[in-house]
Write a protein that binds this ligand. Structure first.
Ligand SMILES: *Cc1c(COP(=O)(O)O)cnc(C)c1O
Length: 498
């Protein structure tokens, strides 16, 4: 299977190249030329398989230049080596009659990014072996919090790879900051940036395409790659858990094979929900994809009107991983909705860059609305949802998940659609202890994040995950803050003998 660029279809690469490069040279994103199919007989077979076997089925189709044994070995290192608590990897928790929370946060950093970022480094090492040019890979990551730590964990001390993470100094939670600043490993570097996530992301894109920087890297026998959710190797592992969740629902007799489900996803960069869209396009019986936003509701407006407009206030919310005004992966969806018209995608992306906005055609909007619904939830509503879930179901959820639950409930009330719905639960509540404790009416004054997490544990009867509690003993390694313009300087510090 070949992959093509959303901005120039003549740019075609193999799966391993798409994973190594991250981004196409002219700035487009790689998408598969055609999608494998998931007919009912195939799903039926997968019902009785475990997570790794299901993943092997799906990845095998997409990674056609990998040997089955290579894929298996990657999957076993990612999901089979005890880094995920529990054997089901992504368990479902039933919420009331018709909703299920797909818990994607049982990995090493307690957020759903682990699902992809435990596997991506394995895929990248295997891809690099295929290309065989011996260059060191330099991973650049812009993060709104969770990606950074999950990438650092995934790439830590992976041979032949270095990783540099940029995060907005004021845009991540104290715990997220601590998780990154204490990261171990000889091949890692962490830089705080003055600005917000979009500044960090724009800066990384600039480094990626700056001719001077690329040339210098080449002389050092190095090459950039990306672990951001624009990398195909990030999206692919996410398709798996939607298929797996569907199989679990069939296995547990919650639905009958062939029954439609809806999927609701708390959305930022549009990666997670796009993976669900791909699963639907492959034939998984998904009816509606419900895109949930926080107060930064640029996607809600887009789905509603067909105009994407980032010229609006930016809100720092209690669900910081969704505080995003440019959702990069949307470009892939546009490419598919516009019948793979690369010139039209280029135009829209040009308009986004120049004017901060674009409008799609009525036909494209109709296609978008056939698959997607959207809604948003403000801060008060997020907190109220956390409290209500805890009071009604004794279920403790984080702020991002609460946004999705609230948008799902509003969707259901507005449309009367009572199709069984899988809601992506994207972080452990203990990753955002301050906001969650405050939503439950607990005392948040006084005490550091750890004491607040302890209070949350006491009040809820849940345990603080060991990965978070253990941070307290770790040494802080990275403290430097760089200006937006100083990202190149960070790069030089991060790369020895640069
Ligand atoms: C990254 C993240 C999101 C948003 O996911 P996208 O794929 O960027 O849309 C939602 N919730 C949490 C906890 C995250 O870390």
């Amino acid at each position: 299977m070949q992959y093509q660029s959303t901005r120039d279809k003549t740019q075609k690469v193999s799966a391993s190249e798409a994973i190594l490069r991250g981004l196409s040279a002219e700035g487009g994103l790689f998408v598969p030329e055609q999608l494998p199919r998931l007919p009912e007989q195939r799903l039926e077979r997968m019902v009785n398989q475990d997570y790794i076997q299901r993943a092997q089925e799906i990845l095998g189709d997409f990674l056609s230049d990998f040997l089955p044994a290579e894929i298996e070995s990657c999957l076993k290192s990612a999901y089979g080596s005890g880094k995920f608590s529990g054997s089901s990897i992504a368990p479902l928790a039933k919420l009331g009659e018709d909703a299920y929370l797909l818990e994607l946060w049982h990995g090493p950093t307690c957020a759903f990014k682990d699902m992809a970022l435990q596997l991506l480094p394995q895929l990248m090492v295997a891809s690099a072996q295929k290309s065989g040019d011996g260059r060191e890979i330099v991973i650049l990551v812009a993060t709104s919090g969770d990606t950074g730590k999950a990438a650092l964990e995934g790439f830590c001390d992976v041979p032949g790879i270095r990783i540099i993470v940029f995060y907005p100094e004021e845009g991540v939670s104290p715990l997220q900051k601590l998780q990154m600043a204490t990261q171990e490993g000889e091949n890692v570097f962490v830089a705080a940036i003055q600005g917000n996530f979009d500044d960090a992301q724009t800066g990384v894109k600039r480094l990626f395409t700056a001719p001077g920087v690329i040339q210098k890297l080449k002389e050092q026998k190095r090459a950039f790659s990306s672990a951001n959710s624009i990398n195909w190797g990030r999206l692919l592992p996410q398709i798996v858990y939607y298929v797996s969740a569907y199989c679990d629902l069939v296995r547990d007799e919650q639905i009958v094979l062939g029954d439609p489900i809806n999927v609701c996803v708390p959305t930022g960069n549009f990666g997670n929900i796009l993976a669900a869209y791909y699963a639907k396009q492959m034939g998984l019986p998904i009816q509606k994809l419900i895109c949930a936003s926080n107060q930064n509701n640029v996607l809600t407006d887009f789905i509603c009107t067909g105009t994407y407009d980032r010229n609006r206030p930016f809100y720092a919310t209690t669900s910081p991983s969704m505080d995003i005004l440019i959702s990069s992966n949307l470009e892939r969806l546009l490419f598919h909705l516009m019948e793979e018209d690369d010139a039209a995608v280029r135009e829209l992306m040009e308009s986004l860059k120049e004017k901060g906005r674009y409008t799609v055609s009525p036909q494209t909007l109709a296609r978008l609305q056939a698959d997607f619904d959207g809604g948003f939830c403000d801060e008060a509503c997020t907190a109220a949802t956390i409290k209500r879930l805890f009071d009604s179901y004794s279920y403790l959820c984080d702020t991002h998940t609460a946004v999705a639950v609230s948008v799902y409930e509003a969707y259901r009330a507005r449309t009367g659609d009572d199709t069984k719905t899988v809601i992506a639960s994207t972080a452990s509540p203990f990753k955002f202890p301050h906001a969650v404790l405050s939503a439950l009416g607990g005392e948040t004054a006084g005490g550091d994040e750890f004491q607040i997490a302890e209070r949350l544990a006491e009040l809820s009867g849940c345990q603080v995950p060991g990965q978070l509690a253990g941070l307290r003993e770790k040494t802080i390694r990275f403290t430097e803050v760089f200006s937006k313009e100083g990202m190149e300087e960070a790069l030089e510090q991060a790369l020895p003998n640069a």
